[in-house]
Design a protein. Structure first.
Length: 161
């Protein structure tokens, strides 16, 4: 089933991605990622009967494009911050790659949280606000903040290797 989908629509998907990315190499990579994801999913459960395979592929591709741009924005922000670091304190290329991969994993982890849970978690962990301050900032009760924080911590613990 996946092989037939690939044979029939890989060229079309690559072209669709190329129009959005303006780059053949990135389009080819994302097209492969789309089909690799479909193949992995098909091993866990059978693929649904696709009456509109291009719509299915477009949905997958749109998510991949969003992730692609998010990764690049994160990388640009990291490199801009790194440019401000004196050369003698700059991390090695290997350390840079590890840091960038870690930032991407953290970004994906936070993105998977519901918006209010993510907001409460970031206000606590990045801004150092107390639960009462978070409640006031978000116009919710402290009890809701506690629930959001428990959910965020549970999500982080379950994501840990």
């Amino acid at each position: 089933m996946v092989a037939q989908l690939y044979d029939a629509h890989h060229g079309w998907l690559s072209s669709w991605l190329r129009k959005r990315l303006g780059n053949n190499a990135d389009a080819a990579d994302l097209a492969q990622d789309a089909f690799a994801g479909i193949l992995l999913a098909s091993r866990r459960q059978s693929l649904p009967n696709l009456r509109e395979p291009r719509a299915y592929l477009t949905t997958i591709a749109k998510r991949l494009v969003v992730d692609f741009y998010r990764r690049h924005a994160l990388e640009r922000a990291y490199l801009e911050a790194l440019a401000l670091v004196p050369a003698e304190h700059a991390p090695s290329e290997e350390q840079r790659l590890i840091i960038l991969q870690s930032l991407q994993e953290i970004d994906a982890l936070l993105d998977a949280l519901p918006a209010k849970v993510r907001q409460a978690f970031l206000l606590s962990q990045l801004d150092g606000l107390t639960y009462a301050q978070i409640a006031a900032e978000m116009s919710i009760g402290v009890r809701s903040v506690k629930r959001y924080m428990a959910e965020a911590f549970r999500h982080c613990i379950l994501a840990a290797p």
